[in-house]
Design a protein around this ligand. Structure first.
Ligand code: CMC
Length: 392
């Protein structure tokens, strides 16, 4: 079989050729289809960014209007889909509901044979973007025992999500421009990140020829883990423990250095970024601006800054080139907006959906795509005997 090279955690293995997202980890550069993340975060809407990632170019007026209509038409869940919510216990994790519902969408949404024509794919992409948002808000409403709020056709993406989350019968929630801007920016910053764990999972599943919904559902499950998207919940847990006085910031940082403690500094470190994560820089400032605009004094922001300073001053983190990543400050923003903690990773998933769709399409469109099938270095017994059960 020849000699197999082991690359633990795929640290040095290029798994794909991709034209979607560029990262320079040394210089802290992130670009979607060549456009700098800083420009997109400040100036682009989430859906425009999604179109850039999925279709390769920023949309003109007509394309934007066309895609907007597709999102609107596809934003409500089919009545049969809504029945699925009743099957989950009230305290089910919203990530489990989201992945199951996206998988179930395959049975309710755009039939797979329509994906082969561009219009069918466009509609499926719009539907998935619109429905992850609707599913997320509906799962929250089911969890707190309130009726589901229907999407409004006049609202942009982020505002519509907040409406579905926080409107109650006879009282519609109106997001302030600052809140809408912050959520939009959060989503843009999460929209893609090349071959991260969940996107690689989507590509892996797609490489077998599996459909869009099945592939994205697998990506959602990969994102759930605490080392990936789950870290945004982990950061707030960590900051709350420090706030409650269980540890000081410095003590927490020291625990994270101890490999036997089972604790890592959540929101710190990255496989690719070695000097800083540009998304964390933008979010740190955005968190500060949002709290200012909302006149909120969140003690967790001060604690986050304290933890960051303590870690950056520490040789353990400096020598390993560990810096705050996208999850470090994002939770402060979500808290200020009123998103409950167990929905944080769902918000990451909504944000990452354009990237998953773009990567699925890149795999599906490549006539030279082979099935992704890594090799292994076998370390088990060479030859063992089968022994009858009574003699074992
Ligand atoms: N706290 C303490 N030690 C750390 C941390 C951390 N947050 N991150 C890395 N290290 C240590 C690690 O133990 C290793 O030490 P040594 O060389 O002595 O064995 C060294 O730094 C290199 O780390 P690694 O584990 O080889 O790095 P990786 O590229 O395999 O993992 C990571 C990257 C992000 C999973 C990891 O840094 C981590 O677990 N961070 C905390 C969780 C987190 O914030 N995840 C979000 C990642 S960014 C957004 C996303 O993808 O969701």
């Amino acid at each position: 079989t020849g000699l197999i090279t082991l690359d633990d955690g795929y640290a040095n293995t290029g798994s794909a050729k991709s034209a979607i997202t560029f990262i320079d980890g040394e210089k802290g550069i992130l670009r979607y289809r060549g456009v700098p993340i800083e420009d997109l975060a400040e100036r682009s809407s989430f859906i425009e960014t999604a179109e850039l990632l999925i279709f390769g170019e920023l949309p003109d007026e007509e394309e934007r209007a066309d895609f907007r209509s597709l999102l609107t038409e596809n934003s409500a869940l089919h009545r049969d889909m809504r029945k699925h919510f009743d099957g989950f216990p009230v305290n089910a994790h919203p990530m489990s509901i989201l992945s199951a519902m996206v998988n179930a969408l395959q049975a309710h949404d755009i039939p797979e044979h329509r994906f082969t024509d561009e219009n069918g794919f466009r509609e499926a992409a719009a539907s998935l973007l619109a429905k992850t948002r609707t599913i997320a808000a509906a799962s929250y409403k089911s969890h707190i025992g309130q009726p589901i709020a229907y999407p409004r056709y006049d609202l942009p993406y982020a505002e519509n999500f907040l409406h579905m989350m926080f409107s109650v019968p006879y009282r519609d929630y109106e997001a302030t421009p600052e809140v809408a801007h912050a959520l939009n920016m959060f989503l843009v910053l999460h929209a893609d990140h090349e071959q991260n764990c969940s996107t690689s999972t989507v590509r892996m599943v797609a490489s077998s020829g599996a459909n869009l919904y099945a592939s994205v559902s697998a990506g959602i499950n990969a994102l759930w883990g605490p080392l990936h998207g789950g870290a945004n919940m982990g950061v707030i847990d960590m900051l709350e423990h420090i706030h409650e006085g269980s540890w000081t910031a410095k003590q927490y940082v020291d625990r994270a250095k101890d490999k036997h403690s089972g604790v890592k500094l959540m929101g710190f470190g990255h496989r690719v970024y070695r000097n800083f994560d540009p998304r964390a820089r933008i979010l740190k400032e955005a968190a500060h601006n949002l709290l200012d605009a909302m006149h909120i004094d969140d003690p967790l922001l001060d604690i986050a800054r304290e933890v960051e300073q303590a870690a950056l001053a520490d040789d353990y983190f400096a020598s390993r080139q560990l810096y705050p990543n996208v999850d470090f400050y994002s939770g402060i923003i979500l808290r200020a907006i009123g998103i409950p903690l167990d929905m944080f990773t769902v918000l990451f998933a909504i944000g990452r959906t354009p990237g998953w769709i773009a990567h699925w399409k890149e795999v599906a469109d490549d006539p030279r795509q082979r099935i992704n099938r890594p090799r292994q270095v076998y370390v088990g017994p060479n030859l063992s005997q089968w022994v009858p059960r009574a003699e074992r």
